[in-house]
Design a protein around this ligand. Sequence first.
Ligand SMILES: [Fe+2]
Ligand SMILES: [Fe+2]
Length: 395
Amino acid sequence: MKKQNTQDALSTVPAEAQASATEDLDSAWNGVVGRRTFLKGVGMTGAAALIPAALTTTGAMAARKAALTDGDVAILQFLAAAELIETDLWQQYNELGGVDGGNVSYQAALSNLDGDMPQYIADNTDDEMSHAAFLNAYLKSMGAEQVNLDAFRTLPSSKATGAQQIGRLTNLQKLNVDTSWYTRYRSTQNPDFGTTFPQAVTIKNEPAIPLNDTETPPGTSQPVPPDSTAASRMQAIANTAGFHFAYIEQGGASLYTSLSLKVSSLEVLRIVVSIGGVEVDHFGLWHDKCGNAVAQPLAGVTDPETGLTFPDLNAPPFGGEQFQTNLILPEPASFIRKNLPPVSVIRPSLTENAGAVATIESLTADLLFEGQTPQFFTTVMALARAADAAERQAH
Ligand SMILES: [Fe+2]
Ligand SMILES: [Fe+2]
């Protein structure tokens, strides 16, 4: 019976992905059978990422499911997982630094980047919640399996004032933030032709949320420039968050672009490009705001704990096309074929650089999943491989 349930949970994942995923999920399953048994009565599965359609499917839904290809279902399921992950990280930012957040010093440090930062954080969080809820509701309406990552909400919360003490999917407490998107979008070169790009700021092992009230007391004032060790630490954390916001959302912009090319149904395509457009909007917003961490008057903050410095990217040895902070619109770049004229586009968009697997690998390198179980990685990578394997079928 347990074996059958595990197979149900992976029934929309291609055979090659199932082979590696099933073994790991079997071991994960043993630890959560009790929970699953408890939840069965309300039609939920605690351990599996996918809620079996058999529990929710009506005759009409089954008919609609026939209208979706397996590839479209896989794309929607991976995007639902990605949006649950986005929601989890944005909720952590929102609890502490959003407009109704609970950490006044963090809000103040974020507001040094832009006075509207707390409002934008709250709105971005709302957007991600709506993305996740809509994608799962659409899957259910079509008789397909929804995605549920609740079993993996095991990571610790920040101990700082404002943070709820609940299990998290993601870890914002020690990030390696890849900032090469900053130089990539200022370049005329395209990563889909193999070009690599330098970091704008090298952010290693840096928190993006306050960790506790000892090193960053929540009542500390946050003048520019910071006037105490605690204020410098909090400003470096807020600056890191600013770059992390843009890193997350540029990834979403590329991911949706990449997966849109594999969609078969026009209705699913409408969903993917319409949500994807909002990821681009988020990216553009955060790209503008995080530049204020590396421009006057805020530039020059050093984290007293890690030594990380946010330089002035408008001054030597930086500045110019590759670093100037107000060059936030995508520079025209090579695209499709190098003998075509440069064009301002989202990039990368090829599967190997922008697809679902590339996205999970990038978020893993970011240390966003630090502390997660092997079963978590097995589950999200199975969903990612299935989405990347989708092929567009013209009707
Ligand atoms: Fe989203
Ligand atoms: Fe987003």
